[in-house]
Design a protein around this ligand. Structure first.
Ligand SMILES: Cc1cc2nc3c(=O)[nH]c(=O)nc-3n(C[C@H](O)[C@H](O)[C@H](O)COP(=O)(O)OP(=O)(O)OC[C@H]3O[C@@H](n4cnc5c(N)ncnc54)[C@H](O)[C@@H]3O)c2cc1C
Length: 287
């Protein structure tokens, strides 16, 4: 439980952090809330010889709501959970944050760290997929914005270059006719998702005009469910339509089994939780 030796840096700006990443290459790891990295280091699953603590970079922290919702990478789960602005603009985000771990984890863990770590059982990935969010990153050659659909590439792997830092996450402000919901079957000890489903629905004239369903916990990476979404769009959003769409959920993804839940059980839970998430999202959309 004792990590290997490392040098510690605490840069004051994103530019300084990027320059340290360039200087130390593969030896270096960014440290945000430390609630994924430090346990991995204590187990020697990660052995960086340089830690770059971005926790003091003020420009990475905070929430703003204008045309869109914007959350700095260092925004803690607790800040998301308790933000009145988010509750009114995009309530699925605080709803998701409130379900993460326990109060200690939520006080320190950050949204940027959670997305960069891309744990297959983490909660935010499903939600940002359903919201079709943008991940803003900064690296040596400037800034870029990655659509979340391209961000999670494999288990614990993202489209981030090793010298890039997530700076903020941008999601839409939900308006009239739009609703979103996140529901999960949590592991009873850690609260990580055994299966977590986020749904976004837009209703127009009594029909489903758009739908996105993000699933986490069930496979190597969080994924949208194109077949289930296609089955739902154009329907009347009724319980019968939800049941048809939920049957398609998980059919296109690799689903794994482990000591907590076998593959067949997870596949069954994907359908159950998709039904629940869609039902809530439609109700919130006024359908
Ligand atoms: C007991 C326990 C229970 C938990 N339960 C849950 C749960 O129910 N649901 C859930 O979703 N999560 C859960 N977590 C994980 C928690 O949410 C972590 O806080 C989160 O996954 C990582 O965020 P962090 O800020 O702690 O990142 P860190 O641990 O500091 O970093 C994680 C990784 O991301 C990189 N990184 C961090 N910030 C950035 C950035 N801005 N740009 C680029 N790379 C970056 C780091 O280099 C590192 O590789 C749990 C953790 C613990 C310890």
């Amino acid at each position: 439980m004792i990590p290997s030796k490392f040098d510690y840096f605490a840069p004051a700006s994103v530019a300084e952090a990027i320059s340290l990443l360039q200087q130390h290459g593969d030896e270096a790891k960014l440290l945000a809330g430390g609630h994924s990295l430090l346990p991995a280091m204590k187990l020697r699953l990660a052995t960086p010889s340089v830690l770059i603590d971005i926790g003091k970079i003020a420009e990475l922290r905070g929430i703003s709501v204008n045309g869109n919702v914007s959350m700095g990478a260092l925004t803690t789960h607790h800040m998301v959970e308790t933000s009145a602005a988010l509750k009114s603009a995009c309530a699925i985000l605080p709803e998701c944050a409130a379900l993460i771990g326990d109060i200690q984890v939520r006080n320190l863990g950050t949204i940027g760290g959670a997305l960069a770590h891309a744990d297959p059982a983490a909660d935010y990935p499903a939600v940002v997929l359903a919201l079709d969010a943008q991940i803003h990153v900064q690296g040596p050659s400037g800034t870029r914005s990655v659509p979340v659909a391209d961000f999670f590439t494999d288990m614990l792997t993202t489209a981030l270059d090793p010298t890039e830092i997530i700076t903020k996450i941008e999601a839409p402000k939900l308006g009239a006719g739009e609703g979103a919901a996140y529901v999960k079957f949590p592991h009873p000890a850690s609260r990580y998702a055994i299966v977590g489903v986020a749904a976004y629905v837009k209703m127009d004239g009594g029909k489903v005009a758009a739908a996105r369903i993000g699933i986490t916990g069930a496979g190597p990476k969080a994924e949208c469910q194109a077949k289930a979404e296609a089955a739902f769009v154009g329907s009347d959003g009724s319980a019968a339509a939800i049941a048809i769409a939920a049957e398609e959920a998980g059919t296109e993804m690799d689903v794994f089994g482990d000591i907590h839940a076998g593959e067949d059980y997870r596949r069954a839970m994907i359908k159950v939780y998709t039904r629940r998430a869609l039902t809530q999202a439609v109700a919130r959309a006024g359908g």
